[in-house]
Ligand binder design. Structure first.
Ligand code: NAI
Ligand code: MG
Length: 355
């Protein structure tokens, strides 16, 4: 049966890095004889320019008829003057919401060839291999009320709200993921202070009964923030609320040293997912053939694993990336320890992954 991947290149280096990932995917589908079509649509600034909105209905409709979505990045100085409704970022939030993608996965892995680019001691980071599962559609960022109050508008309220079902579905995802990994879950909350966290803990403990092979621990978010730096290799799967996950995933991204290496997946209960690099549109290097395509190529590997059940091919991409880095082949954003290392362009790096 034919599968459909919708490609949303977006702005800046988005079109360059998604073109690379599509090339890698096409080469894999042709060798494995899979029938997959790619359909490209606009999002972000590119969509504002063409349609006057960062998320055209046409783009949403196409995504609803897809098995997976591959996204580049949105935004840039050109659209910074726009009103809030017309900002490119609204396209990103809008598509995640329209698709009901409630679980954001950020794998964090230390690539051996890059550990000396980490600001932390090599011995701390070389064993790092974990995934943060962040709840993406609820919690503090979406709770109502969120407003200014009082006669002088000098009181303010934000709300951290979850239903039991919203917690259950993301916790379930984390357990399923743990089964495919080292079977360890760390649930992160602030249960000593927040009622929402106490329910979060209840749900994790209930779910754990159905997964006796998974080891579960609970950590308070402040302590987890320290542990991520002082002992990051203890973690396998972390699962947490939206804002906690936002902060911890940015913290975790410094462990591996480079934005250009970090993939992400946003998932829901079925196999449909949206895959994108963690970095932005890098307008400072757009159009120069310098962008590191590996975060997007690694996102394409996640697409194969979670949306198309192609675990073997996903692992092949990940292994190829490790080998290329170990050979001293880098794009210009990666720290070069050895002057014999070879700096390559976006498309040359893509060729290395394919061959
Ligand atoms: P950025 O991630 O685009 O760039 C930060 C720095 O890292 C820049 O120096 C850039 O050249 C470099 N960089 C990023 N990705 C790279 C890659 N693949 N290869 C080589 N170098 C890379 O973040 P910044 O500068 O804060 O934002 C630029 C624009 O991107 C803004 O309009 C921002 O709103 C947008 N943005 C979009 C995101 C998304 O679409 N998910 C996420 C973050 C920012
Ligand atoms: Mg963030």
């Amino acid at each position: 049966m034919m599968k459909t991947i919708t490609v949303l290149p977006g702005d800046g280096i988005g079109p360059e890095v998604t073109a690379s990932a599509v090339r890698v995917l096409k080469s894999i589908f042709s060798t494995s004889n899979r029938n997959v079509q790619f359909i490209e649509k606009k999002i972000g600034g590119a969509a504002i320019d063409a349609y006057g909105t960062p998320l055209p209905q046409e783009t949403i409709d196409q995504c609803h008829h897809s098995d997976a979505i591959l996204l580049g990045a949105v935004g840039g100085p050109k659209w910074n003057q726009q009103s809030m409704q017309l900002r490119p970022e609204q396209g990103l939030l809008g598509i995640r919401k329209a698709m009901g993608l409630f679980a954001n996965l950020r794998p964090v892995e230390a690539f051996q060839a890059l550990v000396d680019a980490s600001p932390l001691k090599q011995s701390f980071v070389e064993q790092v291999d974990f995934v943060i599962v962040r709840e993406l559609t609820g919690g503090l960022y979406f709770g109502r009320p969120s407003e200014r109050l009082g006669p002088n508008q000098d009181r303010v309220v934000d709300t951290l709200a979850y239903s039991r079902q919203e917690i259950q579905r993301v916790v379930e995802k984390a357990f399923q993921l743990a089964l495919k990994r080292r079977r360890k879950i760390t649930s992160i909350d602030k249960a000593n202070v927040l009622e929402s966290s106490r329910m979060w803990r209840e749900v994790v403990n209930e779910t754990a009964k159905r997964y006796p092979e998974v080891a579960v621990t609970h950590q308070l978010v402040d302590s987890a923030a320290m542990q991520l730096i002082t002992n990051p290799s203890q973690f396998d799967v972390l699962v947490t609320e939206n804002m906690f996950g936002d902060i911890l995933s940015d913290e975790a991204s410094v462990l591996t040293g480079s934005l250009g290496m970090m993939p992400s997946a946003s998932l829901r209960a079925d196999k449909v997912g949206l895959y994108e690099p963690a970095h932005g549109s890098a307008p400072d290097i757009a159009g120069q053939g310098k962008a590191n395509p590996l975060a997007t190529i690694l996102s394409a590997a996640l697409l194969l694993r979670y949306s198309l059940d192609m675990d073997t091919e996903a692992a092949q991409i990940e292994t190829a990336v490790r080998q290329i880095l170990n050979q001293g082949i880098h794009t210009s954003d990666l720290h070069v320890a050895n002057h014999e290392d070879q700096i390559v362009s976006t498309s040359e790096m893509t060729d290395h992954v394919i061959h």
